[in-house]
Design a protein around this ligand. Structure first.
Ligand SMILES: *Cc1c(COP(=O)(O)O)cnc(C)c1O
Length: 487
């Protein structure tokens, strides 16, 4: 049952929108910008509302239920964030407005920078990067600029543990480094002996996802940092999953040199559909001069009567601009709201609940699934989606069957160091009841895997679309559903 596209609903002459009478003089649109052949659908308001509401009901969303996508932290996005971002003073401003008309917005940006510094223990922050991965890229460029500024040109390698997020090797490589893999030990920590063996003075730095993608805190964190620093390298912390550590540890104070945050994970701003991402980067004192420009700063101190004047500052040896304007401002407003709403003790509670929920769920599963690196986890854990006594069942079958029970599957087949991985992050916003319900579903599926494997192989059965040919979907991607009519 293919849904009709908006173009198929289109009916010649229908409209759903009337332009306001302009309150500025009309100008002629230059002829070269006009395109007669541009095929806009002609639809009424009710056509559009029904079409997109119908589509939204075919999809799963965090507003419908648990979304335990390990590493991605799909937690609930509070509505107050949306209310604040829609205030006209935030939503209706333009980044090219004169400074004296956007002082409130700049004050918010400045305060958010200050809060992220305080939360992470670093000396400087850029809010520019539009994603965690772009933040990592900024970190890579800062490492490069730092070593170059010391005329240290032999540092061509970045060390990346095999328990790192996939973006870590990708962005290290994008920023011009050779990626050297560091193996994990049997407890899921970095193998210290191997690390010592490969860390030499050609290493620009280490990228450490902590907690790592097994959901585990690096138990020899200080030793790891010291090994890198002793050889003159920098330590980059992938802080995408900082919801596990908020208010508990300040990476800047234990020796990390750079770290990115994911506002669209830790600080409850939407992923995708609800808005763009944001991956601020924090750095230690010796790196603040390399941060991307511009950064919001106070350019004239205030006093009791007048507030400070905010403006833009270009760090002395900045790596340059990374993104248009000053970051995704509407997202910054949401993250600001979230932090303001929780305060210091609330932020720590977030971390406590993220860790508690993951460990509770892991405990509830009992022996139903094998968990290879089974020690106290942080915000997530990784189970195996196969059983030796249930031949032919794969993690994919388990994941698809979960959709029949009305929940979103976890991340699967990642991290690569766990066979048939199911990477599960319940997040801190799920209730005890919801976590227990989810555990029951997982346990039921484990039994089905042994007694009615076909149910898993043919799943999902109750979704708008059954099992997809995922290879074809990836290799033969159709991004535009509008096909021009034949002449
Ligand atoms: C999500 C994630 C990233 C990448 O963030 P994007 O915003 O998706 O680019 C990097 N590292 C970890 C550990 C993550 O979970």
């Amino acid at each position: 049952m293919a849904e009709p596209t908006i173009y198929e609903i289109s009916s010649s002459g229908r409209t759903g929108f009337q332009f306001h009478k302009p309150d500025v003089p009309c100008a002629e649109i230059p002829a070269e910008l006009k395109r007669d052949e541009l095929p806009f659908p002609e639809v009424s308001e009710v056509d559009v509302i029904r079409h997109f509401t119908r589509l939204s009901q075919l999809n799963y969303a965090i507003d419908l239920g648990i979304y335990p996508l390990g590493s991605c932290t799909m937690k609930y996005n509070p509505r107050i964030n949306e209310e604040m971002a829609r205030l006209p003073g935030f939503a209706m401003t333009h980044p090219l407005q004169p400074l004296d008309t956007i002082q409130g917005n700049l004050a918010l940006i400045y305060q958010l920078q200050e809060w992220l510094k305080e939360i992470s223990g670093f000396a400087g922050v850029t809010l520019q990067p539009a994603a965690g991965a772009q933040g990592e890229f900024v970190g890579g460029l800062i490492m490069r600029a730092y070593h170059r500024s010391h005329n240290d040109l032999k540092r061509t390698k970045i060390l990346v543990p095999d328990s790192a997020h996939g973006t870590n090797p990708a962005t290290s490589s994008m920023s011009g480094f050779e990626v050297v893999n560091v193996p994990s030990d049997s407890r899921g920590n970095i193998d210290l002996e191997k690390l010592k063996a490969i860390c030499d003075d050609c290493v620009a730095g280490l990228m450490l996802t902590n907690p790592n993608t097994l959901g585990l805190f690096e138990e020899h964190l200080q030793e790891v940092i010291d090994i890198i620093h002793q050889k003159g390298g920098l330590v980059y912390g992938d802080g995408a999953n900082f919801n596990a550590l908020l208010g508990v540890i300040k990476p800047g104070e234990v020796g990390f040199d750079i770290m990115h945050f994911n506002l669209h994970k830790t600080f409850s701003t939407p992923h995708g559909g609800g808005g763009p991402g944001s991956g601020p980067v924090a750095v230690s004192k010796k790196l603040v001069d390399f941060l991307p420009a511009p950064i919001v700063g106070i350019i004239e101190e205030g006093n009791d009567e007048t507030p400070p004047l905010y403006g833009f500052i270009t760090p002395e040896t900045s790596i340059g601009r990374m993104k248009a304007f000053y970051g995704n401002f509407g997202i910054l407003v949401r993250a600001f709201t979230y932090i303001a709403m929780h305060g210091a003790t609330g932020l720590r509670k977030i971390a406590e609940n993220a860790v508690l929920n993951a460990n509770y769920l892991k405990m509830l599963l009992g022996n139903a699934y094998n968990i290879p690196y089974n020690r106290k986890c942080m915000h997530e854990f990784v189970a195996e989606g196969f059983w030796n006594d249930a031949p032919g069942i794969h993690a994919l079958d388990v994941a698809k069957r979960m959709m029949d029970y009305g929940v979103h599957p976890p991340t699967n087949y990642f991290p690569l160091i766990v066979k048939e991985a199911l990477m599960i992050e319940p997040t801190e916003t799920e209730s005890k009841q919801e976590i227990e319900h989810f555990a029951e579903i997982l346990k039921t599926i484990a039994q089905e895997a042994h007694h009615s494997p076909d149910l898993l192989h043919t799943a999902p059965h109750h979704t708008p679309i059954g099992r997809l040919d995922e290879v074809k979907a990836a290799k033969d991607l159709v991004l535009c559903c509008w096909i021009p009519p034949e002449e």
